[in-house]
Design a protein around this ligand. Structure first.
Ligand code: 5GP
Ligand code: ZN
Length: 114
């Protein structure tokens, strides 16, 4: 996956503001934040989206959500609330083809999305 920007962030080839990393996952600040806190959590392994990831590793999403909730608590989001988003495919508005969970918080967010 030589041209994947998130693979390059995971490997350190492209810099990012890293907030968490372990053997499996990396979390970093979104380059174009849509809220006071806007993080992305990715697996180091390249999966195009959540469907491909879950086919390959059925418990991956749960482990990713453990990282998400840990970060939300660390960032002080769990009291006021926050949003976890996994845009998938064209209709889902996915622009980077490497699975990622957005974690957004620090302001009220309306619903439904546009
Ligand atoms: P998507 O639209 O696929 O759900 O989300 C992709 C996200 O990745 C966007 O919020 C975008 O701002 C972020 N992003 C794209 N390229 C980079 C980058 O090089 N560095 C960082 N930190 N975020 C990026
Ligand atoms: Zn990738």
């Amino acid at each position: 996956m030589g041209e994947c920007v998130f693979c390059k962030i995971a490997s350190g080839e492209i810099p990012a503001k890293l907030l968490y990393q372990d053997d499996e996952f990396v979390a970093f600040a979104d380059i174009n934040p849509q809220a006071p806190v806007h993080l992305l959590v990715i697996p180091r392994t390249h999966y195009a989206n959540i469907v491909e990831a879950q086919k390959a590793d059925a418990s991956l999403g749960g482990r990713m959500l453990s990282v998400v909730t840990r970060l939300a608590e660390e960032q002080g989001l769990s009291g006021q609330g926050f949003r976890v988003v996994c845009n998938t495919g064209n209709n889902g508005g996915q622009t980077v083809g490497h699975l990622h969970f957005h974690v957004l918080g620090g302001r009220f967010m309306s619903w439904p999305p546009g």
